[in-house]
Design a protein around this ligand. Structure first.
Ligand SMILES: [Zn+2]
Length: 82
């Protein structure tokens, strides 16, 4: 599991749609409760942000996706590993 540092917020995140930023913030808050991307983590996300998968897709489909933005890639990898 790889996580972003606050410095990423200033540049890359600022270019993302707000709903994608919401996803990033919410999922990071969920990590305060559950560290890994396990069933409990996704259950909490489902409850707090029911369309989080769609937001994650939007995050990854942006024009910055191919720049290898760490959070999106890490989260995507975690999801594919399910
Ligand atoms: Zn995460």
């Amino acid at each position: 599991m790889q996580h972003w540092s606050p410095s990423h917020l200033n540049t890359e995140l600022a270019k993302k749609p707000v709903r994608c930023l919401e996803y990033v913030v919410v999922q990071e808050m969920v990590h305060l409760i559950e560290l890994s991307h396990n069933e409990r983590f996704r259950a909490i996300l489902d409850r707090e942000l029911p369309d989080w998968r769609q937001r994650l897709d939007e995050l990854n489909s942006g024009h910055l996706a191919d720049e290898g933005w760490e959070v999106a890639m890490a989260e995507s990898a975690a999801r594919e590993a399910e």
